[in-house]
Design a protein around this ligand. Sequence first.
Ligand code: FEO
Length: 401
Amino acid sequence: MQGPFKAVPLSDRVFWVGAVDWALRNFHGYATPGGTTYNAFLVRGEKKTVLIDTTKKAFLDELLSRIASVMDPGKIDIIVSNHAEMDHSGCLPEVAALVKPEKILASEPGVQALAGHFGPDLKVQAVKDGEALDLGGLTLRFTATRMLHWPESMVTWSPEERILFAQDIFGSHLATCERFDDQVDESLLDWEAAKYFANILMPYAVIVAKGVEKLKSLGVKWKILATDHGPLWRSRIEDILENYLLWSEQRPTKKAVVLYETMWGSTEKMARAVAAGLIEGGASPKVMPLSGSHRSDVATEVLQAGALLVGAPTINAGMYPSLADTLTYLQSLKPKNLVGAVFGSYGWGPVGVKQAQANLLVMKVETLAEPLAVKFVPTPEDLMKCKELGLKTAKVLAERV
Ligand code: FEO
């Protein structure tokens, strides 16, 4: 199928044949203001041609058009599914029906996951950790990367090309016409890579560190880290590997995220006083009103923070729904090494602060003080107590970094 889209060569034997999703703004609850890409790759040996991953179902035409700019898609011999999530396998049944490959390969849990998504008619064979595939003058090797970020996740790599087809690892949700890290703004890419880590990989931080060490132990001086989302890494490979190890550790920093909701402005006044104390004490507050901060951006800031301070007013004998949303989300991402506290105003009962405090305890945030609750509107004395909370937090952070 000829079409408007062209493949991008990574070498004379490897081609990017993915799709650019300029319109995506929500990736299962993660805000993606810059869209994303679904990267897929064509690897051509002397004897066999392999397609690594596909795209989200809606982008089948773009995938086929890019493949057709290099070769007849019907001549693909093998399809490899590194990761069964639907943004990479969504059009696998359609591609398989068209191509009729001699085999589709995935990890053992990947075989089960693909059967769970597409039923038993899609025949998929399992490959083992360390298994290799000879394409003729070119080898593909399979390495299990369990829980990075699904149980079936694996990576595929070519020792001759020194390319790692890394599925979601090292990804960023960023739609660009450029394909490589050195072609896009460095600070934008670093933010999006950190955001991806925070929202997709943070719950598995310990496993991520082991996974990065496993990839390093393969002993390959990588030429390209070909992630499945956003730009491919070729110029700043050491940087992204180091950042992954750093983000996995979540070492405390002097940054304090001050997250709050407010009903009539009282909890906002308290948040500003807490931030004033943090600044005076030498910490760096990132004040995030939930009226203008998406949960996935909060998670990104928390990844690189040492403290989480939550302003939780009470509404209808409970916590504000937007705050409950963000705290539940953060809880599931399992951030580590945080200190924190809760503050907020109330009318008849300080329920919001109690519920927010319970969330912090589940997150294993080391709380520095009892919840600071203020009836109706904070007095100057109340605001000084908020400032003191900020000063105390700054002092603890200074001792921890
Ligand atoms: Fe890009 Fe886990 O899917």
